[in-house]
Design a protein around this ligand. Structure first.
Ligand code: NIG
Ligand code: FE
Length: 389
């Protein structure tokens, strides 16, 4: 069995709570040894065991691969004109989703698969080693199954989002559409999904409709997560906590009861600052959540409407500058926080037994991810020990 040592690590972020140094379990002048795609040894370089091969991090900072726990990558077309109109003053609404639904339904499988591949490659270049991918731009039984089956080839973290919005052919018949989603559509999609998600918000689905879909999904073995409280205050976050959702995502408009519910729960609040940036909306109050003890994740929400970025580094910079997270909090949320939002213990951390997902920066510290916004600082990326960049 071949072992490979990553040497020359100026600063290693482990996220391992067993390591007391700094908020991120940091080790200076570290070595990581990888065997069979997993971390086999972590510690100070001076104490490292011999290895068969070596990779030199050049004195840079190394951190766990980013975990992007919220992305919509199955789509065709783009909405650049909608973005331009928004920047000129048109407000964002859930209605734009229909434009992408029409383009996605009309697209051949090969085009959709190529689009996913392009974005997953872009993410990998930026240091993302795990991505969750949602359906939700098909909104017919056949189109939702097709989207999930295509996504499955790229990740095991696939999410059935048939309840994204009510498609045009069901206008005025929301309850009929909910019955379809919780019935035939779910039956067909469940074999290709790990998660079930609902957009519970103004212009999308209310709490009863969301509960119907999530209960049905859970009965088929899918685990719940929600889009909640993005566009307006509402019941989504508390519904998610009540149902034991792994994560409630967006959390832009919260009342005290939402924060209290999250603080007393195992549900992660996933913040998606790319969406506020691209819709010119107020950012979520990350400090209020963190100060209440809520587990916070950061993700891109990569989609052609509200957040067409694949860059976790950009989201970290936004979280630090616009949401007053410390650089350490933002990096934790983009790695270990994302892993918590996906209920994964094998990623987002550099400790023995974890998957060998590592990002090597051309920078001495993770602080540079926010301090040098818009600069590509990723020197190399390893996923399960295999070099992606
Ligand atoms: O997470 N909020 C709902 N869904 C997406 C937006 C999708 C779109 O605008 O196409 C989101 O922001
Ligand atoms: Fe989303």
């Amino acid at each position: 069995m071949t072992s490979c040592a990553v040497t020359g690590i100026g600063l290693l972020v482990t996220n391992d709570p067993a390591r007391a140094d700094g908020p991120l379990g940091e080790i200076t002048n570290a070595t990581v040894v990888v065997e069979r795609g997993a971390i086999a040894w972590v510690g100070p370089a001076a104490a490292a065991p011999p290895a068969d091969l070596g990779v030199d991090a050049g004195g840079g900072c190394v951190l766990p691969g980013f975990v992007d726990s919220h992305a919509h990558l199955v789509f065709a077309g783009d909405r650049a004109a909608e973005f331009a109109a928004r920047m000129a003053g048109t407000p964002y609404s859930a209605g734009g989703i229909a434009t992408t639904v029409a383009a996605t339904r009309a697209a051949p499988d090969e085009l959709l698969a190529a689009g996913i591949a392009r974005l997953v490659a872009e993410m990998a270049c930026g240091g993302t080693t795990t991505v969750e991918i949602k359906s939700g731009y098909g909104l017919t039984v056949a189109d939702e199954v097709r989207g999930l089956a295509l996504a499955r080839a790229f990740t095991k973290e696939t999410t059935f989002l048939g309840a994204h919005v009510v498609p045009p052919e069901y206008a005025g018949r929301t309850d009929d559409y909910v019955a379809l989603v919780a019935g035939d559509m779910l039956d067909a999609c469940a074999p290709y999904a790990r998660w079930v998600d609902v957009f519970c918000d103004r212009g999308a689905f209310d709490a009863d409709q969301a509960r119907t879909v999530l209960d049905a999904g859970m009965a088929q073995g899918l685990a719940p997560r929600l889009h909640a409280n993005q566009l307006a205050p509402g019941p989504g976050v508390r519904l998610g906590v009540e149902l034991g959702a792994a994560s409630v995502d967006h959390c832009t408009h919260l009342v005290d009861a939402d924060v209290a519910a999250l603080a007393g729960s195992a549900t992660v609040a996933t913040l998606l600052p790319g969406a506020e940036f691209s819709t010119r909306s107020p950012y979520p109050d990350a400090r209020r959540l963190l100060d209440a003890g809520v587990t916070v994740a950061l993700a891109t929400d990569c989609n052609p409407g509200s957040s067409y970025t694949s860059s976790m580094a950009f989201c970290i910079a936004l979280a630090v500058r616009e949401m007053r997270m410390t650089p350490a909090e933002a990096v934790w949320s983009a790695t270990a926080g994302g892993a918590a939002a996906l209920r994964r213990g094998d990623i987002g951390v550099v400790r023995v037994g974890a998957r060998a997902d590592l990002v090597v920066l051309r920078a001495p510290s993770y602080v540079h991810l926010a301090y040098r916004p818009g600069v590509d600082l990723v020197a190399s990326v390893f996923r399960a020990g295999r070099q992606l960049r």
